[in-house]
Ligand binder design. Structure first.
Ligand code: EPU
Length: 337
């Protein structure tokens, strides 16, 4: 364990922003984590996982603690189900591939999501009809004040669309150290109802899909719409899809009859922010080193050496414009640092 000074975080955030950490340390065990958290010489600490859901708008004036806890462990097997614990520093997609290679089902729709295992419960990652909460058993997390590690079960996490207790009441209070998933060993529950998956499977000439086929379909869809962070810096969806009332939708439909929406309750619908942003004219807009992705307007991109501040200003302009045109507030999904 070695504390470095003035380290560029460019390789530690998928946006590829060249902001500096005043101090930086990688930890690979719970004991190291406890030790680092207790260091009085570094009063300010900043916890960094896969760096896939943040926009750095300035240098980080703190000790950046990079969670590099590795390991995958089978906890128990009950009939057709298997419980698997993955430590927080495991790369998410590599973990998904590991599960697929053992024919454990449940994560296939969540293939190719950037980031590490430890961040997945925080924002209840979701894609193509599945959310993390659907396969979640529990997670372990360390209290940053007392260093006590405790288990949070499903109910305690208070999952919602891109939400959990770790983004609300317990924000900044716990560090997730591992997550336990319940996956299927056979009789997998296949989720192909999300429109694009069925058509992709048809293109692949697959009529009886396996979990590997679904993963391949999801990978193809994601690659066609979403930029690869290794090539073009980004943090996936920059904004959440807003939820509006049925009444507001009816009013908006008078001016925008083709506005898509998905029913989420008797009184509310979710509107794709990507559609709003595209309608507002931002899709594919490029401002020098940064802009809005040309295939998916929800994704802001860094083509090279963009400054986090510039991307942040663009996001504010998008929010203001969407509010002016549609009277809808779109919230950021990405954490602005
Ligand atoms: N759309 C547009 N223009 C665009 C993008 C989208 O008009 O540029 C409209 C289309 O009508 C499309 C609809 O939006 O039918 C929905 O688009 P898509 O299926 O691509 O999904 P999304 O709502 O844009 C969400 C998640 C993604 C996830 C996909 C697939 C959020 C904020 N984003 O995007 O998650 O991969 O569904 O399930 O919920 C992420 O969180 O980083 C992420 C990529």
């Amino acid at each position: 364990m070695h504390i470095q000074q003035n380290l560029s975080l460019k390789n530690y955030n998928t946006f590829g922003i060249d902001a500096k950490a005043k101090f930086f340390v990688s930890i690979s065990s719970i004991d190291e984590l406890k030790h680092v958290l207790s260091l009085k010489d570094y009063p300010k600490k900043f916890i960094l996982g896969g760096g896939s859901n943040m926009l750095l708008t300035k240098d980080v004036d703190a000790l950046v603690v990079h969670i590099d806890l590795k390991g995958i462990e089978i906890i128990e097997e009950i009939d057709d189900l298997i419980h698997i614990k993955a430590n927080a520093g495991e790369n998410w997609h590599e973990f998904v591939l590991w599960c697929l290679s053992h024919d454990y089902g449940g994560l296939e729709n969540l293939s190719l999501i950037p980031g590490n295992v430890g961040s997945t419960p925080i924002q209840n990652i979701g894609a193509y009809g599945v959310e993390l909460k659907d396969v979640f058993v529990s997670c372990e997390a360390m209290n940053i004040e007392t260093f006590e590690v405790r288990t949070f079960d499903f109910d305690e996490c208070q999952f919602d669309y891109r939400e959990s207790i770790f983004k609300q009441d317990l924000k900044g209070k716990y560090i997730i150290t591992s997550v336990t998933f319940k996956l299927t060993k056979k009789n997998h529950n296949l989720n192909t109802h999300y429109g694009a998956i069925e058509s992709e499977l048809q293109k692949m000439s697959v009529s009886q899909p396996t979990i590997q086929d679904i993963s391949n379909a999801v990978i193809t869809i994601r690659e066609s719409k979403l930029p690869d962070p290794k090539k073009i810096g980004n943090s996936g969806s920059f904004f959440k899809n807003p939820i509006i009332s049925n009444e507001q939708l009816e009013l908006l439909k008078l001016n925008f009859p083709d506005m898509p929406s998905y029913i989420i309750s008797d009184t509310e619908v979710k509107v794709p922010a990507g559609w709003l942003i595209e309608r507002a004219g931002f899709k594919g807009k490029t401002l020098g080193e940064y802009g809005v992705h040309k295939h998916q307007a929800l994704v802001l991109v860094n083509y090279g050496d963009a400054k986090g501040q510039d991307i942040y200003q663009l996001s504010l302009l998008i929010q203001k414009t969407i509010y002016r045109i549609f009277n809808i507030n779109i919230e950021t999904e990405v954490n602005i640092i």
